[in-house]
Ligand binder design. Structure first.
Ligand code: CA
Length: 126
């Protein structure tokens, strides 16, 4: 597979500094008053988006380990992943023959596009 890095790790490091430098009172403004930046996420976690390029955030993974998305509202919707967490994110497709097929993976610090809506499960290394 031809893996092309969309954004380099240095960007994540810069973003981490920006987040940590935000004034404590910044949260008082309603989130709807400003456009949500691409790849919006919390440093230390991995985030999942409905569109490519970190647009239309679906959720933040609150813990490591397995997240089986089948039957839930995020099933077959993930189109990009920001891995600001501490472990590799593994993306799987369920095959009706009865097994999980590894589709792709996102290393720590990567911002990753997925050009299909097929992801059924994520597994985050602890
Ligand atoms: Ca989608």
């Amino acid at each position: 597979m031809n893996r092309i890095k969309s954004v380099i790790v240095a960007f994540v490091s810069v973003l981490g500094l920006l987040v940590s430098a935000a004034p404590a009172g910044a949260a008082a403004s309603p989130a709807s008053s400003a456009p949500v930046p691409a790849w919006a996420c919390t440093y230390g976690y991995s985030c999942y988006y409905d569109s490519v390029d970190g647009e239309n955030k679906l959720f933040t993974a609150g813990r490591c380990g397995e997240h089986d998305l089948r039957g839930g509202k995020y099933h077959n919707r993930i189109n990009s992943v920001a891995n600001y967490g501490n472990g590799t994110v593994w993306l799987y497709i369920w095959r009706n023959a009865g097994y999980w097929e590894l589709y792709d993976y996102v290393l720590v610090g990567e911002l990753w596009n997925i050009y299909s809506n097929d992801i059924d499960r994520i597994v985050i290394d602890c």
